[in-house]
Design a protein around this ligand. Sequence first.
Ligand code: SAM
Length: 271
Amino acid sequence: MVSGIRLYTESGFLSKAQHYQAVLSLRGVSVSIETVEKLNARFLRLHPEIALCVDEHGLWLCANGMKMQPDWQAEVPRLKRASLKSEMIARACNLAEKPTLIDATAGLGHDSLLMAHLGARLTLVERHPILFTLLEDTKQRAAQDPFLAKIVSRIELVFADSAEYLQQQIQQHAKFDVVYLDPMFPQRDQNQQAVKKQAQVKKQMQLLHLLLPEDGDMDLGDYLLDLAMQISDRVVVKRPRLAVFLANLKPDHQWQGDACRFDAYFTKKTC
Ligand SMILES: C[S@@+](CC[C@H](N)C(=O)[O-])C[C@H]1O[C@@H](n2cnc3c(N)ncnc32)[C@H](O)[C@@H]1O
């Protein structure tokens, strides 16, 4: 987990940068601000190490000459094409029933945004302080967008480790319709079968992988499955197509796609 990081900004955005510095400090990340003359593509190319930057569009993660933020506005055309029938995730999570859903591995929030668009009411849990702050910023921007505002009103963000969050929900006897899990997964699955690489790994995913732990000490999230099953009727796990089952537990049902699949565990066996 990152404990200290540089943040680049131009002088016009210094107070904004100080705001993020204060927020991240409360979340355990020490940020050193560097004011630069021009925060442009050339600057980012010349400073390839992982860092943050702040401009008129808010907070960004940057590295290797690229910058990224969870871009929910860019998802709008995809959301407009999506339907309960066409989306495998909608069938896996039974979105037609407008479920209450915990996404316990929020990441960039793209899966959740789609699920909120298709009717779910979601709690997104993310434990990485920088990713969480990027998500929070993105949600605030999305709330100003006429198409996204209603969708994001169905999304609540929680900065926590899901193991602790799910434990709390168990203690409070809370119940949710669905828990959705999409933990990080190594490029190769545990059977050493090559997981099909997408022709073009999205820039956002490349940067996400830089921020999160390397394959060796990657947390595969096996322990989340049992906790999730204690508070929901259905747990849905997104996996690369050839990956082993989460916690080695065979699902009750699977939906298979070209690059990924959804494994479903029904805790009410009437499904
Ligand atoms: C593969 S990404 C999820 C991508 C997401 N489905 C999306 O659409 O953008 C996995 C995310 O889960 C988070 N994560 C993994 N284990 C977690 C845990 N125990 N608690 C909270 N977040 C966790 C990681 O920090 C990472 O951001």
